[in-house]
Design a protein around this ligand. Structure first.
Ligand code: GYE
Length: 327
């Protein structure tokens, strides 16, 4: 068992051995099986859940950081079931392999909300879904690139997110769909950087060894991978961004990612909004009240591009946009 899971179980045991106060008994207990802490996006998402599912708002949140370990996440959900929590929220590390544990939650009568990413399970196996359309994000990246290149050749290197994560699968598939219409584009290589800065840097270092001088587009499936890729290109003397030899595309559009976009280092940054907890809370409130609730809620995204670039698919970055980005 993962140490963090054990830690939380220990705390729960202490709490149970105390005489629960009347107000604590009134709190709605929610377990959130969080992916991990791999990226700035994830940190913002965790903080958002901690802020929204507070005791002040009537909730007791058990948030388990599963450290990108699929087995630990299944274990965390099973612990939530054993503890008999009122609601379970899962941000699935892997999209596959959920049927058994979802059945266990259903048998225990605990509603499950899938958040952030998608899963490969029949919709009857869970109660609601709140997240973003990552395939559309990939399509946006592809459309933006096609518009900018306007028929010119592209030799592309892609740093994917974590293997088996719907956010990586969606972005890869969406971009591939646009690429299928462009015989002048070639995907030289596409490897996982695990949604981390270190991963982005080491994949980019190995790409540079194999393809130096042969590529003009780098796509990173999140901002942290882009930071690592930029470090690797800086070290190799490869220029990127609006004044560079390489077009750099990123996803997430977190504050720092948008700063690099405003500075012209990232050409296009496709947004993915991590602020989802309020929407999930709204679903739970309706469930509590026995009212009808949205089975599926899509959190909307947009895209941003560097100053000097005009696009039908992305908003040109300004100081004001950056100032308004809290995460
Ligand atoms: O893009 C990445 C994070 O699931 C959409 O996970 C999320 C992705 C996000 O680690 O930064």
């Amino acid at each position: 068992m993962n140490k963090k899971v054990l830690g939380v179980l220990a705390c729960t045991a202490v709490a149970a051995s105390m005489v629960a106060s009347a107000s604590a008994e009134d709190l709605i207990t929610v377990g959130y099986a969080q992916v991990g802490h791999e990226s700035d996006w994830r940190t913002a998402n965790t903080k958002n859940y901690e802020d929204v599912f507070s005791a002040e708002n009537g909730y007791e949140l058990s948030l388990i950081d599963c450290d990108n370990d699929n087995a630990a996440q299944l274990e965390a959900v099973r612990n939530f079931i054993t503890q008999g929590l009122d609601y379970i929220i899962i941000a699935p590390i892997q999209s596959a392999g959920w049927d058994t544990v979802l059945q266990e939650a259903q048998d225990a009568g605990i509603p499950v909300i899938i958040a952030d990413r998608e899963i490969e399970a029949d919709a009857s196996m869970y109660d609601a879904w709140v997240g973003t359309n990552t395939k559309n994000e990939g399509i946006t990246a592809g459309n933006w690139l096609a518009e900018q290149l306007d028929g010119a050749e592209a030799k592309i290197l892609q740093i994917e997110g974590s293997v088996g994560a719907s956010a990586a699968i969606g972005r890869t598939d969406g971009f591939a769909e646009v690429m299928a219409d462009h015989s002048e584009w070639e995907m030289l290589d596409s490897q996982s950087g695990d949604f981390t800065q270190d991963g982005g840097q080491s994949v980019m270092e190995s790409f540079i060894k194999s393809y130096e001088g042969q590529f003009n587009v780098v796509i990173c499936q999140n901002d942290n991978e882009a930071y690592g890729a930029m470090d690797a290109m800086d070290a190799a003397g490869i220029t990127y961004g609006v004044d560079g030899d390489v077009i750099l595309i990123s996803y997430d559009a977190t504050h720092d990612g948008l700063q690099y976009t405003l500075d012209g280092k990232i050409n296009c940054n496709v947004e993915c909004n991590p602020i989802q907890a309020e929407t999930v809370k709204g679903v739970i409130e309706k469930m509590e009240a026995g009212e009808e609730y949205e089975a599926t809620t899509l959190v909307e995204d947009q895209a941003f591009c560097a100053p000097g670039i005009e696009s039908e698919y992305a908003t040109t970055m300004t100081d004001e946009i950056l100032a308004g980005r809290a995460y």
